[in-house]
Design a binder for this molecule. Sequence first.
Ligand code: HEM
Ligand SMILES: *[C@@H]1O[C@H](CO)[C@@H](O)[C@H](O)[C@H]1NC(C)=O
Length: 469
Amino acid sequence: MDLSTVLCLFVSFLSIFLFKSLAKSFLLSFKGKQSPLPPGTMGWPYIGETFRMYSQDPTIFFATKIKRYGSMFKSHILGYPCVMISDSEAAKFILNKDQLFKPTYPASKERMLGKQAIFFHQGAYHANLRRLVLRTVMPETIKDLVSDIESIAQSCLKSCEGKLITTFLEMKTYTLNVALLTIFGRDENLCGEDLKRCYYTIERGYNSMPINLPGTLFHMAMKARKELAQIFTQIISTRRNMKQDHNDLLGLFMSEKSGLTDEQIIDNIVGVIFAARDTTASILTWILKYLDENPCVLEAVTEEQESILRAKEESGEKMDLNWSDTKNMLITTRVIQETLRIASILSFTFREAVEDVEFQGHLIPKGWKVLPLFRIIHHSPDNFKEPEKFDPSRFEAITVAPKPNTFMPFGDGAHACPGNELAQLEILVLLHHLTRNYRWSIIGEKNRIQYGPFALPENGLPIKLYPKK
Ligand code: HEM
Ligand SMILES: *[C@@H]1O[C@H](CO)[C@@H](O)[C@H](O)[C@H]1NC(C)=O
């Protein structure tokens, strides 16, 4: 090849390149948009793919899509166009850019929980609430609650002895009582029964059609929400009259420095209970199922719990559990982590693009919903070997720990779960007493799962609970 040919080739390459970029910038100014929308189908107008997604195992729905379109694809659910994100780095990015992606919930759910609740907000108001909640559930605070949580766990188990129970319902009673302890402290005279009744009614209406007409579940739930506000108003005014400082969540909310109105306080109490209760109860339910299915794991957990007590006995310590005991429950902790992964009770969360966002070569238009798919991330063989296998040892640091940033059962970024330490503590304490003192057998069909709003063993896992001795 002589010099002129090389030159010639070079020039023609250059001109092609120039032409291409010229054409590109022309197209850009013409369309005003840089990147195409993500691939995917939008399904039918309005209903979109809502039914397809909610009527089957969401893993199957998503897996089919990912195979076809890749890790980011568009869809249309609950009346909104949306982009689904199944890559962990991308999910992390979305959850950490809260100036670009704000939290978003259907208006009916906002109304039911209370518009002032933490989930719906950003900026200074959100940061203030978050600080207050974190202070109540951080290790330094909940350290002092271990023996109270222990007695709640023991009496909960005692009340189930010898009976056929619905695991999920009993665990909900437990997690509600722990939530009430952190919010109202030890000595509040609570209208426990009324409060529980209101919550059950709200839950039944929460996922029903939002039609506010007499007789509908939604209407009953909205009524129960009003009654709940009255109960909390009563508690607040009793406290004001006592003129005593409390160092629980309500105490912090009511302190002058918090700057919160009564309505804001109530919406956030409702919200924290809502966030704390079903999540923790359903993880506990899944743990009982997985321990039943994996006798070796159950044995290892039981042995760990026995050995913690034995050590206390030998050293002549008080027999009550304390915080550092719970930090030594390494096997049990891995069982919790593995259950959080495999059950992925919050399959995904919602954000909304605040403006047009360019992301990984695609356009996410302003107003579109963005869904980080936690369940898919936790079930990807790229992140977890043999993802469908329940294997707590995968969380051992010495073997291959999960790839960083692929495990996010508590979300990530500004709205990540502030209650993770509390959740872990109450689960550990319950498992301590359960595995040492009880056996259980699952009644009925073992492998069915119900979906909506989140995955749960069918019928809430009916079991029979027997004392060991
Ligand atoms: C195993 C149990 C739990 C799981 C799996 C869980 C999971 C989550 C996740 C994934 C989020 C983030 C949602 C999003 O980004 O859209 C969240 C938020 C939240 N969780 Fe939890 N949670 C659990 C227990 C608790 C407990 C015990 C509390 C009690 C304090 C709690 C309080 C909250 C609150 C207040 C938020 C909202 C935070 C904000 O918007 O800034 N959660 N939770
Ligand atoms: C907690 O229990 C452990 C083991 O029984 C004991 O060594 C430790 O001193 C206790 N910690 C506190 C703060 O009581």
